[in-house]
Design a protein around this ligand. Sequence first.
Ligand code: CU
Length: 349
Amino acid sequence: MRWFIAVASVLSITTCLTAADGRRSLADKHGPAGVMGDHLHDKGEWMVEYKYMNMYMEDNRIGEREVSDSAAIGPAGGSPGIVVDGTQTNSGASPTDMTMEMHMAHIMYGMTDDVTMYTMIMMPSLTMDHIRGDMNPAGRGTTFRTHNSGFGDMSLGALLRLYESRSTDFILNLGCSLPTGDIYRESTAPTGGRVSQPLPYPMRLGSGTFNARPGFTWKRYGEWWSTGIQVQTDVPIGRNYRGYSVSDEVRYNSWTSVLLTDWLSVSLRGEHIWRTDYDGEDNDTPDGVISTNVESFRGGKWYNLGFGAQMILKKSYLSTELISTIEQDLDGIQLETDFAVVASWSRAF
Ligand SMILES: [Cu+2]
């Protein structure tokens, strides 16, 4: 009997160990594509990733209420533009829709089994369509498009595993971003070539500040499922050279992934985003001209649902997610977020 117990316990310990080792390398080894900083790499292991995101925004909202494009520029011949929360705006134009594309190059390296360093280079490509308002020299009701692209704010940091068990990881993200993205470009498109104006806040490529981005992730692996919770922040430090700072941001994510096979999984994710309004002010962006110049029209709350799939194909890891914004409450008047798609290819070696 004693022999039997000894052999059985050795066997069960070995199967536990192999199950645990294998469990972190199946299709759900990373969180859904829209989540970052959720996994570590073994000592000496590199990971390269290319990630693409496309976020689409159409129609304006005041708080939770949708407003039409013509309502957003106010009645013709009346007082120019509209007044929202006591601020007169949109006399020159109102945004009608926006496409926010982001190309991301991500490198991770396992310094030790519990510390992974990472850096991410961002290349945003921003396109916004508008309708002109009463005070625009190019004429009310006509439309124009602005575009901006280039380097965004590069992020880097370290992921530290604070706790590990056979099925659980607790990871601290000590991250930050550098002000590598340009925050001042001019365009004559709004006035049909007549006057050059700086692009408004959401059309700028970076924050202009060093940002602290601390966060943490808790992850648990079951036999055929895994689940995670992440709190991630983005906090600008001080103000940029134009005299303002972008929103403080907090993201709360929770997700569950289900393995269909060892190399294919699907995921469901809920995301809350809170953003404050901007602080300070860029003096060359008058609030009366367009709502995207208004510092107090930048904050809000968003609730997103993400439907994802993850796949191991030979040595590549493929991940994609469709993210639908199902609730949002915006400060002032802003474009509402409709949906986003994220797709990623990565490889570890
Ligand atoms: Cu990685």
